[in-house]
Write a protein that binds this ligand. Structure first.
Ligand code: 3NM
Length: 542
């Protein structure tokens, strides 16, 4: 073989499929172009080819792979792999059992296995080292390449769960590649979001079929993927994820600067939100010097995201059609504009949970905001919620801090858990990702977290859409901020502004009706006065 099995580079793994070759190309021309442009491993996967032809093809592809010193893996056909002395084999769950495969190919060959569920990792761990060398984790996203798939797309969260199981079972020898529906528009996000909770593992590479095999210029396609893998940073916003402020004084100065920028830029805040919130949210947005638009038109999402200083608030309280929500997420991610996600009533019903999970797997959110019930459920720390209200949880501050950090870590976002105390955790890691080593040991418990407190404001719970409008406030400040701002600072400023306004309104109102009006007045006055140094709230940094 000429190289050690342990040193195999899994970073860019091409799986072939001759049924999708564009006109004027051949299996060999595509593989060669890919090898020239950074592919590090090749799997010959030709499901509809007769044995004789398969062997001829395998020998040709093997010549190319040898020329570029890249290992060749044969899909499913152990006999062909042995006949041509390939470097390894890849089998699926319904193919020959792994112990038999290993027995036939011997200890030196690479053995790969397709894995879609954590329990399959349990089996792999029981076999121990020396059986499976790497797993293909999939499918990540929908793909038309795999005919009659027996599993559903698992999204980045599903990949992370498999990485977690590998860590829990101490299967340190097993390498991983993600596969299924991977293309340049989602690979950075997959590399960024998929890490084990212990911070020690991310995928060792990505595996693609159509992105290279069906490309009219396979070399350019491979080079593009190579560049993404080597970049190491996912810039999901068009402003930098720079260092955050460290003390109250600086934070309040930053808040002043952010409000000035919002005043100057008058951001467009695109709301896709529930019916109860629409009118109030639009008025809150106007009070904060910003322009609301309540659009659920799929076709205009891209135009809106392209407006300078646009931001999206996605609130799933009453649910817009899924294709509208997905188009909006795609558009704001593509234009690198902020998205605030408010998963109202997450896990209150199976339908809501499925919808919210689908949305969470199809994009990168700048901020995820929820009440204690929603954040606990998203963190996997609570049972079913009752309705959409924050359930009076028995848990104390420590549990909510833990849940907020878990949500921030899982979704690599700024997580906000609202309530009497607002908890804000920063899991963005400045957009950094690396193959294999995860977040380099950083875990949820290590994430920066700030508590904002301003005394209890019970009347907040007596009006509709008060929590939803915190989402509007965060979106206004994120949308209006300039290049040098830090997202954590911006979200903390927005939470503090909203809390101070709530307190002020509660002292001025006569009941819940006038509280509604006073809250808008207070936001308007605090925003236009722009004097955060006078804000009464406390910040505690953890
Ligand atoms: N295996 P594309 S998905 C070959 O889930 C294969 O195990 C999968 O093709 C799995 O890159 C898949 O064109 C097809 O989406 C991936």
């Amino acid at each position: 073989m000429g190289y050690s099995k342990q040193d195999v580079d899994y970073s860019l793994y091409l799986v072939t499929d001759s049924t999708m070759l564009p006109q004027g190309t051949t299996l060999y021309s595509q593989v060669e172009a890919a090898l020239r442009n950074g592919v590090t491993l090749v799997q010959l996967r030709e499901k509809e080819t007769d044995t004789k032809i398969f062997i001829e093809e395998a020998l040709e592809v093997q010549k190319l792979c040898k020329q570029f010193k890249v290992p060749l893996i044969i899909n499913d056909r152990i006999d062909v792999a042995l006949a041509i002395d390939a470097d390894g084999v890849h089998v699926g769950q319904d193919d020959m059992p792994i112990p038999m495969v290993r027995k036939l190919v011997g200890p030196q060959k690479i053995v790969g296995w397709s894995v879609g569920y954590p329990h399959e990792v349990d089996q792999l761990a029981k076999w121990g080292p020396g059986m499976v060398d790497y797993i293909g984790i999939g499918m990540v996203f929908p793909t038309s390449t795999k005919k009659n798939p027996k599993k559903l797309p698992m999204g980045p969260l599903g990949v992370s769960r498999i990485l977690d199981t590998l860590e829990e079972r101490d299967a340190h020898w097993c390498r991983t590649v993600a596969i299924g529906g991977l293309h340049p528009n989602n690979i950075e996000r997959v590399l960024y979001q998929c890490t084990s909770m212990d911070g020690r593992r991310s995928v060792d590479g990505i595996s693609v079929v159509s992105d290279i095999m069906a490309a009219s210029d396979a070399g350019a396609a491979a080079a593009n993927l190579r560049q993404i893998l080597d970049k190491g940073r996912y810039s999901f916003l068009d402003f930098s994820l720079c260092d955050r402020s460290t003390d109250r004084e600086t934070l309040l100065n930053v808040a002043n600067h952010i409000i000035t920028q919002v005043t100057e830029s008058r951001p467009l805040v695109h709301h896709i939100t529930n019916k109860v919130h629409q009118n109030f949210g639009a008025n809150v947005t106007l009070a904060l010097g910003s322009s609301p638009i309540m659009s659920e038109i799929k076709e205009e999402a891209s135009d809106l995201a392209n407006v300078p200083h646009a931001a999206l608030l996605l609130n799933t309280g009453s649910v817009a059609p899924i294709d509208v929500l997905e188009a909006a997420i795609d558009a704001y991610n593509a234009h690198k504009r902020p998205i605030v996600f408010d998963p109202v009533g997450y896990s209150a019903t199976a339908t809501r949970r499925t919808l919210n999970d689908t949305l969470l797997s199809c994009g990168q959110f700048t901020c995820i905001k929820g009440n204690s019930g929603e954040i606990l459920s998203l963190a996997g720390m609570a049972g079913k919620m009752k309705g959409v209200d924050a359930h009076e949880c028995e848990c104390g501050k420590e549990v909510l801090i833990q849940a907020t950090r878990l949500v921030a870590f899982k979704f690599k976002t700024i997580a906000v858990c609202s309530g009497e105390f607002d908890f804000i955790a920063d899991g963005t890691m400045k957009g950094a990702y690396s193959l294999s080593v995860g977040s380099k040991g950083i875990q949820a418990k290590d994430l920066p977290c700030v508590i904002v407190e301003n005394g209890s404001i019970p009347i907040m719970g007596d009006i509709t859409a008060s929590g939803c409008s915190l989402g509007s406030t965060i979106a206004c400040l994120l949308g209006g901020s300039g290049e040098e701002a830090n997202v954590f600072d911006i979200v903390i400023s927005a939470v503090a502004l909203y809390k101070v306004a709530g307190k002020l309104a509660s002292t001025r109102c006569q009941g819940s009706g006038t509280f509604h009006v006073q809250l808008i007045d207070a936001l308007y006055q605090l925003f236009h006065a722009n004097n955060p140094r006078s804000w009464s709230c406390n910040f505690e940094k953890l």
